[in-house]
Design a protein around this ligand. Structure first.
Ligand code: ZN
Ligand code: ZN
Length: 441
């Protein structure tokens, strides 16, 4: 599955990645044009960019916001919405219609468009299966802007019980004292007001907006909590000793507009954290406030210390970990590595996976759905990695994600599934299996 949402580049929408040098969004752009011919061009135009190269440059911070030619909030939201404007049935863009203004929006979901009544009618049998969810998606992609403005996530509490006893989001939300007040503060914030007076869509009812704020919060917190889940999975306790986590295959999803406080929920998850260092490593790492050298020793006491390094993980390992310039990881996490769709596993992920296996580094990877999990599991099994756990992530994002160029498809959720592995399949295990087979024979 390829999803790309470069317009909300200030946020973290999650895009399957390929680490073979082909940038993930280039792949996304390609898929997009397969579905809706010309859509990627519209997106670039809206961003005032002439081509994909320009887009990459902007992502890498080589082009300032003024370069995007956006002068008002209204224009910003308008341009973002424009990239969703094509007929969901015949796939025509406004520019290919006799009257570009004839495009009408589904009143229920405020998300998909039609060039005429006939197309809308023809599409309904399919669209009705997705309309309800697409309504949530349309609200969430606007509310997500509040992560960029700093209104989200709302302030959270230290976990009052051991992390191992917190079973998922219901539990987590119930630990936030006076949750309604916290949500109200977001709902009445200045930027929430600005958002709905410029969005070109009616402001949803309060309960709907409240739920959206909760979903977007889970999207943001899914990353720290998945790292925390990984630590628990391998019996690593940050309050028992200082720990180092490497995030491999990090891209603009994790690093664009990243803040040094992005993973602070981990300190609340593990009260008494001694020191937790997180290094983001990947060829698509973007420069920003977390661009600082990884530490050669432990991180500062009682904090999560994030740093980043651009490049392939196996190179990073060779030049910095092997030489002991940076700490060896206690845990390695990969968010949506997508190595199952990687066109060149050998160049990109293979050296990293083998390295993690052979150095017996506790590792955890996340996926968008069960199908991806199955494919990834197969690859890891083929590589003779010892799988220690896999399944549904209790801290999956609850924010549905649509395929921009193909809305009438099942939505996905970031980090919905995970697989953990540790070292190679033991030779002893292999021996036993062989023995069993022999006995059977
Ligand atoms: Zn049409
Ligand atoms: Zn609809």
């Amino acid at each position: 599955m390829a999803q790309s949402d470069p317009n909300s580049s200030q946020t973290s929408t999650g895009t399957p990645r390929d680490l073979t040098g082909v940038y993930s969004d280039e792949l996304g752009f390609f898929t997009m044009d397969m579905n809706v011919p010309g859509l990627s061009k519209v997106i670039l135009q809206k961003l005032n960019m002439k081509d994909y190269e320009d887009y990459r440059a902007a992502l890498e911070g080589k082009k300032g916001a003024e370069g995007f030619g956006i002068h008002s909030y209204h224009e910003m939201f308008q341009k973002m919405e424009d990239t969703y404007k094509f007929c969901a049935e015949c796939r025509r863009l406004p520019s290919n219609l006799p009257d570009p203004k004839a495009l009408r929006r589904c009143k229920r979901c405020q998300n998909v468009y039609y060039c005429c009544k006939e197309c809308q009618r023809a599409n309904w049998p399919t669209h009705k299966k997705f309309c309800k969810t697409l309504k949530l998606v349309a609200i969430d992609r606007l509310v997500e802007w509040l992560v960029f403005t700093g209104d989200l996530p709302f302030p959270t509490d230290v976990w009052p019980k051991p992390a191992s006893q917190v079973s998922g989001w219901d539990d987590w939300f119930s630990m936030q004292g006076e949750l309604d007040n916290r949500l109200d503060a977001v709902l009445t914030s200045r930027y929430m007001g600005i958002l709905w007076s410029n969005a070109g869509k009616p402001r949803p009812e309060e309960p709907e907006l409240r739920e959206s704020v909760k979903r977007v919060s889970t999207e943001f917190l899914s990353r720290p909590l998945t790292i925390g889940m990984g630590l628990l999975n391998f019996g690593l306790d940050p309050s028992a000793r200082p720990l180092t986590v490497h995030v491999v295959g990090a891209s603009h999803n994790e690093t664009l507009n990243a803040r040094v406080s992005d993973l602070d929920e981990l300190v609340r998850m593990f009260p008494g954290t001694q020191a937790l260092q997180v290094v983001m490593v990947g060829p698509e790492v973007v420069d920003g406030s977390i661009t600082r050298p990884p530490l050669s020793g432990y991180g500062p006491r009682g904090q999560v210390y994030i740093s980043s390094k651009k490049g392939f993980y196996h190179d990073f390992w060779e030049t910095l970990v092997e030489t002991q310039e940076v700490m060896r990881p206690d845990l390695v996490v990969g968010f949506h590595p997508g190595f199952h769709v990687s066109t060149g596993l050998a160049e990109g992920w293979l050296p990293t996976l083998l390295l993690l296996r052979d150095y017996k580094i506790p590792s955890l990877f996340t996926m968008y759905n069960e199908q991806e999990l199955k494919c990834s599991l197969q690859i890891l099994v083929d590589l003779e990695c010892r799988i220690t756990a896999h399944g549904v992530n209790p801290f999956s994002s609850l924010k549905p994600e649509q395929v921009q160029s193909s809305p009438n498809k099942p939505v996905a959720y970031c980090h919905s599934h995970y697989v953990a592995f540790h070292g190679p399949v033991e030779e002893m295990d292999m021996g036993e299996e062989q023995q069993e087979e022999e006995e059977e024979n």
